[in-house]
Design a protein around this ligand. Structure first.
Ligand code: NDP
Length: 452
């Protein structure tokens, strides 16, 4: 039987090896550290997990595809982007995870997201493996026709790697309903198959699930509510700072309002908006989803209650709750100090890895309830898996049914993380709970399926 400290030493060696074998991938290193640094208690307690090669296999993607994506803009100029799909782990089911279109995308970013996705998907309790993909294409300022041509070119390569039983992409930053539509159209054209379950986040008239657009934001608020319940409080009357103004942020704000809380901010890469009266969701949806505009336009049109702050940090705005919903590493140590000083009670991650490790440490030390993304934002992929189930059965569930399933999955993820943390001597530490619970499920399946 190895001790906890011997196990920690082995894991630390492995992390050095990961950095060496995967140079210039800081986000992937960060994600691997975040998981492996919490696994010592479970690996020490269950000798089968110390089996040579198990964790080494877990940190190595099963397959990584990188491809050229040429396309023409409206003036006929040719652009060349790079496409990625990292099929990380299929021990629990077909690879599942979104596509991100953003200029910051590179292999390390996609690997960090794919690695997170393995544990997140395991936590849902559903049969889905982990994967992620995307491109360094920037959809901002592009016409619909340009986005369509890009998506068609992207799918012309991607189609040979995906399938309803193989790998099922969905949306992420820069990929919403419009992009999924163009991608699905091209897949159908190339393969001559109506294979609805090959992509999720589809339109509701052609195979999409009700509540899928809402699911990540709604799920994160349900997770935050569950953490608050553990502290003997609910969301009624609480104020919240939310970052981002895309899919996750919008439906986070909507669910907060439904549960009696008040979101007073939103943001994009140009700055943030504070609205003392609470964000007017109809106006935000009009600007972001219909006009594809920026948040400064919200402040201009909203009137006296709202102001736009160019640059700056949304985390400077005092509130009871913080729900980062934009991108990775958007909440750093200084932001955490500000939040703590302003009396924040809970931070729940709608985005993937938005809080830096130093900030997580500070928040937990200060007794702030902290919900890590792989648990708190798992509602999106969970409803994607429900969309696959509906597609397979050629049926469509009511919004009420999907929302009930989502609520029950989020409650179960919360209690799994909570109870696992307690079992391994880290009560209240949802990071440890989520990592260990996700790891146990994937590791058990990998061990049962042999060395592959
Ligand atoms: P969207 O593209 O709909 O919105 C992204 C928002 O974040 C925009 O407001 C965008 O502003 C802002 N943003 C993106 N990158 C940056 C940056 N580098 N700096 C500042 N702001 C930035 O994406 P989603 O809402 O779908 O995704 C948000 C986060 O949630 C991501 O981390 C994603 O991985 C995660 N997530 C999403 C899920 C989903 O179902 N969609 C599921 C689980 C997690 P701007 O327009 O200026 O770039």
């Amino acid at each position: 039987m190895t001790t906890r400290s011997e196990t920690q030493t082995t894991l630390t060696h492995l992390l050095t090896e990961i950095e060496h074998r995967n140079p210039a991938q800081p986000e992937f290193h960060q994600a691997a550290h975040e998981v492996l640094e919490t696994l010592a208690p479970v690996v020490a307690a269950r000798p089968e997990y110390a089996e040579p090669g198990l964790i080494e296999r877990l940190v190595e993607p099963e397959r990584q595809v990188i491809f050229r994506v040429p396309w023409q803009d409206d003036q006929g100029r040719v652009h060349v982007n790079r496409g990625f799909r990292v099929e990380f782990n299929s021990a629990l089911g077909p690879y599942k995870g979104g596509l991100r279109f953003h200029p910051s995308v590179n292999l390390g970013v996609i690997k960090f997201l794919g690695f997170e996705q393995i544990f997140k998907n395991a936590l849902t309790g559903l049969g889905i493996g982990g994967g992620k993909g995307g491109s360094d294409f920037d959809p901002h300022g592009r016409s619909d026709a340009e986005v369509m041509r890009f998506c068609q070119s992207f799918m012309t390569e991607l189609y040979r790697h995906i399938g309803e039983h193989t790998d099922v992409p969905a949306g992420d930053i820069g990929v919403g309903g419009r992009e999924i539509g163009y991608l699905f159209g091209q897949y159908r054209r190339i393969t001559n198959r109506w294979e609805a379950g090959v992509l999720t986040g589809k339109g509701q008239g052609w195979g999409g699930s009700l509540i899928r657009p809402e699911a990540t934001g709604y799920g994160n608020v349900l997770f935050a509510a569950a953490m608050m319940r553990e502290r003997g409080e609910d969301l009624e009357g609480q104020t919240a700072v939310v970052s981002g103004s895309g899919n996750v942020a919008i439906y986070t704000i909507e669910k907060l309002a439904a549960l009696g809380a008040n979101a007073i901010t939103c943001s994009d890469s140009s700055g943030y908006v504070v609205d003392e009266k609470g964000i007017d969701l109809d106006l935000l949806k009009q600007i972001k989803e219909i006009e594809r505009g920026r948040v400064d336009a919200y402040a201009e049109r909203r009137g006296a209650s709202a102001r736009f702050v160019a640059g700056g940090s949304v985390w400077d705005v005092p509130a009871d709750l913080a729900l980062p919903s934009a991108t990775q590493n958007e909440l750093n140590e200084a932001d955490a100090e500000t939040l703590i000083r302003n009396g924040v009670k809970a931070v729940s991650e709608g985005a993937n890895m938005p809080t830096t490790p130093e900030a997580v440490h500070l928040l937990q030390k200060a007794g702030v309830a902290f919900g890590p993304g792989k648990a708190a934002n798992a509602g999106g992929v969970a409803v994607s898996a429900l969309e696959m189930a509906q597609n397979h059965a050629r049926t469509a569930w009511t919004a009420q049914r999907v929302e009930e399933e989502l609520a029950s999955i989020m409650t179960s993820i919360h209690s799994t993380c909570h109870d696992t943390a307690e079992r391994y001597g880290a009560p209240g530490d949802y990071v440890t709970g989520a990592n260990i619970a996700g790891f146990e499920r994937v590791a058990d399946a990998m061990l049962a399926q042999g060395v592959i």
